[in-house]
Design a protein around this ligand. Structure first.
Ligand code: 13P
Length: 347
């Protein structure tokens, strides 16, 4: 393991107030998002959408790393340049989703275990040779009556740690993503209890597998009341509960924490990240930033809908969300930013 290289990569991904952009939807998930806005589920449409994203002018001002999917890492822009080269030339670190999906956990109704460890070393070596410098693995934890089970938490934490150790052996920074889902009617307090159990188990397993904390990034969900909970806590309450739990469970040596958005509205995800950084600015031992997919992409996808004439307008929307999230990472976002027209050079 080249410790210096891992630490440098992790720093570069999160440097200068930037965050990560997840565009690693699997083909079925990407097709589902396309279907919702009337786009044909073709390889050409997926390539076109991903080209639109990575050629957004000014993207590198807010985005330090981009997470690709297997299909995407081999694709090229219309002018023939490989996506990986376009990103690397812009100073954006290339990442890749490497799990093969969450499958039913045997004997545990309603719970999932993420698969993909078999042959992972060789797949990671292949992606590194293509230019990837970090990877992502997502575990999902469902909440509900009697859920999550200890079996689900332990199995997923173990898999995350084995994935992370393999990444570091190959020289890739692991992004470790234990997502506690928002679905359900649980309270914020119940989400805090479950998230604490999950985070403690994840860091226990990372320790057992000798994962270098300075060379990894944690990608958690924000601590939130369930979507169907009758009491929806305000932005500051969510910020305080989330950061308090992270301060208690995440070692200071970890390079950074980059949240997933998980189905929150884009504006709310930004406002909550901003409140965390504003209220805890002087007390955070790690970078606290974003690794959003939907909360960066959705507004742009709603505009594009596969129409060539809408590319520039969609890129403006994408750049706007990326800019707002960079401001939130610095604690400088305000709702007034949502009304600003963002001029983009060349668009
Ligand atoms: P969302 O921000 O849409 O939750 O996606 C982040 C991600 O990478 C999910 O694995």
């Amino acid at each position: 393991m080249n410790t210096h290289e891992l630490v440098d990569t992790a720093r570069q991904m999160l440097a200068n107030g930037k965050g990560l952009l997840a565009m690693d939807e699997s083909t079925p998930t990407c097709n589902e998002r396309f279907a919702a806005v009337g786009i044909e589920p073709t390889e050409a449409a997926r390539r076109g959408w991903r080209e639109l994203i990575i050629t957004t002018p000014g993207l590198a001002e807010s985005i330090g790393g981009v997470i690709l999917y297997d299909e995407t890492i081999y694709q090229r822009c219309t002018d023939g340049r490989p996506f990986v080269q376009v990103l690397t030339d812009a100073g954006i670190v290339v990442g890749i989703k490497v799990d093969t999906g969450a499958k039913a956990l045997a004997g545990h109704n309603g719970e999932k275990i993420t698969e993909g460890l078999d042959g992972l070393r060789e797949r990671l070596q292949g992606y590194a040779a293509l230019g990837a410098r970090f990877a992502k693995w997502r575990a999902v934890i469902s909440m509900g009556a009697g859920l999550p089970s200890p079996a689900c938490i332990t199995a997923n934490a173990h898999a995350l740690a084995r994935y992370a150790a393999l990444c570091q052996e190959v020289g890739l920074v692991p992004v470790v993503e234990p997502e506690v889902l928002m679905s359900g009617d649980h309270s914020l307090q119940r989400c805090a209890e479950v998230s604490a159990l999950v985070l403690h188990e994840v860091f226990e397993q990372l320790h057992v597998q000798d994962v270098l904390l300075e060379g990894m990034v944690l990608k958690p969900s924000m601590l939130l009341p369930g979507l169907n909970c009758s009491h929806q806590d305000n932005i500051d309450e969510v910020a305080d509960t989330t950061v308090t739990a992270l301060l208690r469970a995440v070692p200071a040596a970890v390079a950074g924490i980059a949240f997933l958005s998980g189905g929150q509205s884009a504006e709310l995800a930004t406002a909550r990240l901003n409140a965390m950084n504003r209220r805890f600015k002087s007390r955070l031992p790690w970078a606290l930033t974003f690794s959003f997919a939907r909360a960066i992409q959705q507004a742009a996808l709603d505009i594009w809908r596969g129409e060539p004439g809408k590319v520039k307008q969609a890129q403006r929307a994408l750049q706007h969300r990326a800019t707002c999230n960079r401001a939130a990472r610095l604690g400088d976002y305000s709702a007034a930013m949502e009304n600003l027209a963002i001029p983009i050079s060349g668009v």
